[in-house]
Write a protein that binds this ligand. Structure first.
Ligand SMILES: Nc1ncnc2c1ncn2[C@@H]1O[C@H](COP(=O)(O)OP(=O)(O)OP(=O)(O)O)[C@@H](O)[C@H]1O
Ligand SMILES: [Mg+2]
Length: 311
């Protein structure tokens, strides 16, 4: 080893597995999150996002594999491994009949140290100062999520793990939460954020892992992901049903699907030309055939519902 060993990554998970009976909820997940990044953990319902984050936070024990936070293993070092780490899974929990401030005071007392000194700042950061004396039971979902972040901030974290922090929020609540995540990242906090929204990950994250059925099916930067996809086309015809049948038979046409506004498929330019000839031969007239950039949302569906990575 060199004398100047590089600092350990905020998260380094290798071969994480969690099984529930026959079901493998998390299936050999490797994850490296570098300091100062916002990392997206993206997948549909049931993909294993919450289970993964639970393992990272040491809330459940993996059946196989290891998770290290700043080089420390929660299984070996217990609570000490969570020094500088905070977050919540699903929804944060509070005493409903107590005020937000009182809830934070109780948490700070449990955490010990100087957590109590951070309450004012934490409430201000999440924009709840004016409502700090209101009982949490009267809080909206968005306010509770923000209070969850405030609770995490009491720990003065260098790493925040947030499980779908915007799910269930209205558009304004989502916007506020995303701004908050951006602000925390700008303060130097490394963030791992799970989401089922590609657009959210696109907006917030430097890097992402896409998970399906417990497995990471893509890991990398967003630009690389977009680059890896083939050219998409949109097609409108006089008879889309017939056109879809023709497209399915045409060699080189990939992934033809019917959409509300016509057909979509992936192909290179030569193949698109050949398809247009085949359509005309089949008696289908082309109204529009336009190249379209694959939207990230579309890509997400292809990755999480299709056969895997695009060629
Ligand atoms: N305690 C448990 N007992 C049995 N099965 C579980 C348990 N926890 C999770 N699972 C199963 O593991 C799989 C992954 O669940 P998980 O909650 O991690 O998914 P998720 O990606 O967080 O989904 P969502 O987007 O709905 O929150 C699901 O099929 C779920 O039913
Ligand atoms: Mg979940």
């Amino acid at each position: 080893m060199s004398a100047v060993a590089s600092a350990p990554h905020p998260i380094e998970a290798r071969g994480l597995v969690k099984r529930y009976d026959q079901l493998t909820a998390v299936d050999h997940v490797d994850l490296t999150v570098e300091a100062g990044t916002v990392y997206g953990y993206l997948g549909p319902n049931g993909a294993g996002k919450t289970t993964s984050i639970r393992m990272l936070l040491g809330l459940i024990t993996p059946d196989e594999g290891t998770a290290r936070l700043f080089g420390r293993d929660p299984l070996v070092e217990g609570a000490a491994a969570l020094d500088g780490v905070a977050g919540f899974v699903e929804a944060p929990r509070f005493y409903p009949y107590l005020s937000a401030r009182r809830n934070l005071e109780l948490m700070a007392a449990l955490d010990g140290g100087d957590a109590g000194d951070r309450i004012d700042d934490a409430l201000a950061t999440v924009d709840l100062t004016e409502r700090e004396d209101d009982k949490v039971k009267g809080y909206s979902h968005g306010m509770r999520q923000r209070l969850g972040i405030a609770a995490a901030l009491l720990r003065d974290p260098r790493l925040l793990l947030l499980d779908e922090p915007t799910t269930g929020l209205d558009p304004a609540g989502m916007r506020d939460m995303r701004q908050l995540v951006r602000r925390l990242a700008a303060d130097g906090i490394t963030v791992l954020l799970s989401s089922h929204l590609m657009t959210e990950v696109e907006e917030l994250c430097d890097r992402l892992a896409i998970v399906r059925s417990g497995r990471v099916i893509y890991e990398g930067g967003l630009t690389d992901l977009l680059r890896s996809t083939g050219q998409r086309y949109r097609l409108r015809t006089t008879d889309d049903r017939r056109a879809l049948a023709v497209a399915r038979e045409q060699p080189g046409v990939e992934d033809p699907v019917q959409r509300a506004d016509g057909l979509a498929f992936a192909a290179d330019e030569t193949v698109a030309g050949e398809l247009s000839v085949a359509l005309v031969e089949a008696g289908v007239a082309i109204l529009a055939l336009v190249p379209a950039a694959a939207s990230l949302e579309e890509l997400f569906f292809r990755l999480t519902e299709g056969d895997g990575l695009p060629a």
